[in-house]
Design a binder for this molecule. Structure first.
Ligand SMILES: Nc1ncnc2c1ncn2[C@@H]1O[C@H](COP(=O)(O)OP(=O)(O)OP(=O)(O)O)[C@@H](O)[C@H]1O
Ligand SMILES: [Mg+2]
Length: 294
């Protein structure tokens, strides 16, 4: 798609349905989260301007861009840490105002940052259920908590953990990511945002995290993945969105990009590459990754 167009297209909302979101894309399913005209200023610094983006359930949306492009700022606006200076968020088609991370958690948005908020001295079960402990007859119901933790990890195909009673401090980086994501899933997250989850990881740990991301999306979650690593992006992302100096310069199916066009968008905000035969018909989702923008 082209810079500034609404989400992945500019098709009006379906007739007969309340036209709640400007520029809603006609897809089988309404995107879980829609960003419209999101801007964020820090004093004189305009970190984001007019960002329109659709984030569908069941898919991995990679958010790419050079240093300072605005990726972290954007996800902080989604996670309730920053309030956008302009624009609106729509959750399942309805406007939503997230004044705090608690608000975001309440609707089903979880952000997993690199400095994971896990307690090293507590074990996996204790970390996953921290603040949501199960109590039976005034005592912690350890059996039930273990079972829930185990089931969630199994559901996410996390098999590399030796014991769920292991302190989190003894886990590898990939395993820690897995615990943080499992915790979010247990708290009923529908959208999981991950900021550079593989940046500090080796090959096998990266593998764990990428598999986890895929499993999350395949189980119906929306995943937003921030990554500088295009190998990771092209391995797991269904969609790619590129920010350049605070503006969204491209968004569409990952298959509409190749390495070179992605790099061009990231470094110059435009691309002249023709990918996938130059598909760019109006109304089809995610078109225009091959088009020069502006
Ligand atoms: N709290 C803040 N106060 C002032 N300016 C900020 C603040 N946070 C971010 N910025 C500015 O907003 C712009 C976008 O920053 P952001 O951290 O979102 O970039 P990024 O794409 O995540 O970069 P990186 O890849 O380096 O993590 C930058 O110019 C940055 O200096
Ligand atoms: Mg960042």
């Amino acid at each position: 798609m082209v810079a500034g167009s609404a989400g992945d297209g500019a098709t009006p909302a379906t007739a007969g349905v309340a036209p709640r979101v400007p520029g809603t894309t006609m897809t089988d399913e309404e995107p879980l989260l829609q960003l419209r005209g999101i801007g964020k200023a820090f004093g004189p610094v305009q970190a984001l301007s007019g960002v329109d983006l659709d984030i569908p359930a069941g898919q991995v949306t990679a958010l790419a861009g050079d240093n300072g492009a605005g990726k972290t700022t954007l996800i902080k606006c989604i996670a309730g840490i920053w309030q956008p200076s302009s624009g609106e968020l729509f959750w399942k088609g309805k406007p939503v105002h997230l004044h705090s991370p608690k608000d975001a958690t309440a609707v089903g948005i979880a952000a997993v940052y690199q400095d994971l908020a896990l307690c090293d001295n507590l074990d996996i079960v204790q970390n996953m259920l921290l603040g949501h402990e199960k109590v039976s007859f005034g005592l912690l119901d350890e059996v039930s908590m273990e079972l829930t933790a185990k089931q969630t990890l199994q559901q996410l195909s996390v098999t590399s953990v030796r014991s769920i009673r292991q302190p989190v401090g003894s886990l590898s980086g990939g395993q820690r990511q897995a615990v943080a994501v499992a915790k979010a899933v247990m708290q009923d997250a529908k959208l999981v945002i991950m900021d550079e989850p593989t940046a500090a990881l080796g090959v096998s740990q990266t593998e764990i995290v990428l598999n986890l991301i895929r499993t999350l999306a395949d189980s119906g979650h929306a995943v937003v993945l921030i990554s500088h690593n295009l190998n990771d992006v092209f391995r797991v992302a269904d969609r790619l969105a590129v920010l350049y100096l605070g503006r969204l310069v491209a968004a569409g199916p990952a298959a509409d990009f190749d390495r070179q066009s992605a790099v061009e968008f990231m470094t110059t905000g435009a691309s002249t590459r023709e990918v996938n035969g130059g598909a760019n018909s109006a109304g089809s989702p995610g078109v225009g990754a091959n088009r020069r923008t502006e």
